[in-house]
Design a protein around this ligand. Structure first.
Ligand code: NAP
Length: 397
């Protein structure tokens, strides 16, 4: 018998084929074909860099094997194989236990935030994940599909409400779902699913309704975004998930929440704001929003945001393409609010959430570093502390 190996595998039933794991792996151990994303056991060094960024958790699967599954075997799978029976002698048992301990320690490190990974906020509710998979998808019915941007602008961003009827589909603010567009590709294979943040609070668009809302921008040539943006009331949609176990809001009413977003990255923050408004409108913790769009007509939820009480949410709506005005990005506005932001950064109950365009990450990071520097704080120290205490969350694409 070969020495047992704890093999890192990706669950093909849950994976939405977004490619994040392959992009993240620093040593090219993750690869894919038309069917599956897989891990090469000969290359994987258990660095765990791919674990936290995976939006579905499909990456976090392990089997103890005596001969590693080859790439070709993994490419063929529709589901993960069961754990194989292993020899039951003392020596094998001891080495298996050592393997388990070693991998568990590495995983704990990956999930704890060492090395910059995300950690769940201490007071967040416990999320349900992976309840519905491709082979057993939930079917939701379209309850509404409304354009959020004005007709005079090219950007078509929509608020789409999906009703789950009698199906229990528990979600928390900040989680995502995946949508599988109908039909097949040129090879007759089902289309891959696409991930969208949930834009409503956990108890639905109106309290105690069994529905969720998505914020979807029509992308030119985009298969899933066009499918979703064209949906009519009554259409039925295949949904998998829910996904996401760290980008969650604190339940603590004392928690301050800084939300920084661009465009449709505002989706989870609509959920956060509605949750606080419904569950704890008198919460002492503050909510501060920096939201960037090209102009008001293209800012999703511009109208509804104007009705959110100022005591609940301080809003900085920032525009990059206002005629006759200089371009302003969220990071520019953050830099222009040093007292407001640094006061919150000094408070141990402050949580920061960033969602939207990948490109904003660096700019926001630099703005926060500048604010800290000007007020005697060290962002290089503070940021890892925020991460490891579950108070710093980034979801950018
Ligand atoms: P967008 O309309 O392209 O951009 C929104 C604003 O961000 C514009 O004013 C844009 O300015 C500005 N911007 C561009 N580069 C920036 C940078 N480096 N730093 C700061 N601001 C910058 O946004 P979008 O198309 O809605 O994209 C939102 C992103 O959120 C997408 O990547 C999407 O995948 C992601 N997201 C979506 C969801 C969802 O559920 N739909 C959830 C999470 C994340 P200019 O164009 O004038 O340069």
């Amino acid at each position: 018998m070969n020495a047992p190996l704890k093999q890192h595998l990706i669950d093909p039933e849950i994976c939405i084929r977004c490619g994040t794991c392959e992009e993240t792996c620093p040593i090219d151990a993750v690869t894919h074909n038309d069917d599956n994303y897989v891990v090469d056991a000969e290359i994987c060094n258990y660095c765990m860099d791919c674990i936290a960024p995976c939006p579905t958790g499909s990456i976090d699967n392990w089997r103890i094997v005596t001969t590693a599954y080859s790439l070709d075997e993994q490419f063929e799978w529709d589901e993960l194989p069961d754990q194989e029976e292993l020899a039951n002698d003392d020596e094998s048992a001891a080495s298996l236990e050592a393997l388990e301990d070693e991998i568990d320690a590495l995983l704990a490190k990956a999930h704890e935030g060492t090395g910059g990974k995300a950690v769940v906020p201490a007071s967040a509710s416990k999320p349900t994940v992976n309840l519905f998979r491709r082979e057993h998808a939930a079917i939701a019915t379209v309850q509404g599909n409304f354009r959020l941007t004005k007709d005079n602008v090219e950007n078509d961003v929509r608020h789409i409400i999906l009703d789950f009827g009698d199906t229990v589909f528990p979600v928390l603010e900040g989680q995502s779902i995946a949508i599988t567009p109908p039909g097949t590709d040129g090879d007759g294979k089902a289309h891959d699913s696409r991930l969208y943040s949930i834009a409503s609070p956990r108890d639905g668009e109106r309290p105690n309704t069994n529905n969720i809302a998505l914020t979807v921008k029509r992308e030119p040539g985009g298969l899933c975004s066009n499918y979703l943006c064209d949906l009519k009331k009554g259409d039925r949609v295949e949904v998998t998930g829910p996904f996401g176990s760290t980008f969650l809001m604190p339940n603590d009413p004392m928690a301050n929440i800084i939300m920084i977003c661009t465009g449709t990255g505002s989706a989870p923050f609509r959920g956060f704001t509605e949750r606080r408004r419904r569950a704890m409108p008198e919460a002492p913790g503050s909510m501060l929003l920096f939201f960037g769009a090209r102009q008001p007509d293209e800012l999703p939820y511009f109208g509804p945001l104007s009705k959110v009480p100022k005591e609940l949410l301080t809003q900085h709506l920032v525009y990059s393409r206002l005629p006759g005005q200089p371009k302003e990005y969220v990071q520019d506005r953050i830099r222009n609010c040093p007292d407001e932001v640094s006061g919150l950064l000094k408070d141990e109950r402050t949580h920061i959430y960033i969602c939207g365009l990948k490109g904003m990450e660096t700019g926001v990071d630099e703005a926060l570093a500048d604010i800290c520097r000007a007020d005697g704080l060290d962002w290089a120290d503070l940021k890892p502390t925020l991460r490891t205490t579950g108070r710093y969350h980034v979801e950018t694409y």
